[in-house]
Write a protein that binds this ligand. Structure first.
Ligand code: NDP
Ligand code: HSE
Length: 395
């Protein structure tokens, strides 16, 4: 059988990862025809294929059957993608920003598993494993921030030191704000919503709360209470509407998300029959991303395509509000709007945590080292409280 000829665009973390996966497992069926990069002068150890900086010339080479895009560039990548449509080539990409901007579905020559969840084959799972439909999807979708959180809470590192190592490992986007402010997991969540719900969310449809720093008091409180912080992306169907957010949350240490460590990603799904599923794998870095890119190639060769579907527009933006809460010893299940108001009027000191009033939210509240968990009900009117920040807790 004829080997498929690949044009690899980008030779950084993801591109090199793909190249190495190909060297290990792909040379019998695939040939890398050329590699395109930005800087033609850079020394690239271990690369034994023609290198060019003329990306379009490489893509338009009639010998090329497949384009693997691993640059992170959005504007140019759109042009490259369009060229592959014209040339009837397969386009495999790790570029979630690009994918989130492509409208609609229907191109049977486009796969992008590496764009969401690294080695976690989450897009393929959503496409193939939930015929009854999905009611919610929750996930740790960003490897860099999960890596930083692990270093802070397991090893006692500072936020900045954790970030530095994550950068050295190649997990962090060229624009680190995308990871730290939640743009990256929000983009991934929007892509997953297309496959989970058939709904197209715009960036504004997702409430995104940046990952904030943690001081010594935060770390001690969270550890002492057997909790962990995870940066979680959530999307759920609520009476036909999608409620979506990305936020730092507290989870109990026995919760599966608390066991998602380092650059790992995880996704928890509840289907419409109420069954729950949990998937975990490395979410960033050379090897997981390269493998995900390579797996798309394999899957396509075996006939896998994303379903053709018309995407519906998001039916609503989530309403998210925040509330300041004080520490009380044990008001479990008894928290009322009046109670909180009385605390506020009483001038109590409030702790920087975050919660969501559009749904039942569990909240950890702390003051003077004391902590407890509440259930805050929908009835609490959002107008009555000035936002600060409250973390929700999941057990
Ligand atoms: P890097 O910065 O490590 O590498 C980018 C590569 O793309 C470099 O080789 C660069 O060339 C090349 N490049 C950039 N712009 C152009 C251009 N205009 N023309 C030709 N080549 C270009 O990025 P990553 O590998 O980390 O990320 C690439 C993509 O993969 C992004 O979309 C990212 O979100 C995604 N991704 C990354 C993961 C990771 O763990 N790093 C995981 C999953 C997805 P040069 O070497 O000459 O500078
Ligand atoms: N910057 C991304 C992350 C890379 O940290 O998850 C993987 O998509």
């Amino acid at each position: 059988m004829k080997k498929l000829n690949i044009a690899l665009i980008g030779f950084g973390t993801a591109g090199r990862g793909f190249y190495e996966a190909w060297q290990q497992i792909g040379t019998a069926r695939f040939n890398i025809h050329g590699v395109a990069v930005k800087d033609g002068e850079k020394v690239r150890n271990g690369l034994h294929v023609n290198v060019t900086t003329d990306v379009l010339a490489l893509i338009n080479d009639p010998a090329v059957d497949v384009v693997v895009e691993a640059t992170g560039n959005v504007k140019e990548a759109k042009l490259w993608y369009e060229a592959t449509i014209k040339n009837r080539q397969l386009f495999v990409t790790a570029n979630k920003q690009l994918v989130s901007q492509l409208s609609g579905f229907g191109n049977q020559n486009l796969l992008y598993e590496a764009s969401c969840g690294g080695a976690l084959p989450i897009v393929r799972l959503l496409e193939t494993c939930f015929p009854h439909g999905i009611s919610s999807i929750r996930g740790v979708l960003n490897g860099s921030t999960n890596y930083i959180l692990t270093r802070i809470f397991v090893d006692g590192f500072s936020f900045n030191d954790g970030l530095l190592i994550a950068k050295e490992a190649g997990f962090v986007e060229a624009d680190e704000r995308l990871d730290l402010d939640g743009g990256d997991p929000a983009t991934k969540l929007r892509i997953l919503c297309r496959h989970a719900f058939g709904i197209r969310l715009h960036a504004d449809d997702v409430s995104v709360f940046p990952l904030f720093g943690f001081n010594d008091v935060d770390v001690k409180f969270i550890r002492r209470n057997n909790l962990a912080v995870r940066y979680i992306a959530t999307a759920a169907l609520d009476e036909g509407k999608v409620v979506a957010r990305v936020a730092p949350e507290l989870v109990a240490e026995e919760h599966p998300f608390a066991k998602v460590l380092n650059e790992e990603n995880a996704v928890s799904i509840i289907d419409k029959g109420g069954e729950s599923y949990f998937f975990k794998a490395k979410g960033a870095g050379k090897q997981p991303t390269g493998t995900a890119l390579f797996n798309d190639l394999e899957a396509w060769s075996q006939g896998f395509r994303y379903k053709k579907r018309k995407l519906a527009k998001a039916k609503s933006s989530p309403e998210i509000s925040e509330v300041i809460v004080r520490t009380v010893v044990d008001f479990r299940d008894q928290l009322t709007a009046e109670t909180i108001e009385s605390w506020i009027e009483g001038g109590f000191r409030f702790y920087r945590l975050r919660c969501y009033l559009h749904e039942l939210a569990q909240i950890a509240v702390v003051e003077s080292g004391e902590a407890c968990v509440f259930v805050l009900s929908k009835e609490l009117s959002r107008q009555r409280f000035k936002p600060e920040s409250v973390l929700s807790i999941e057990h």
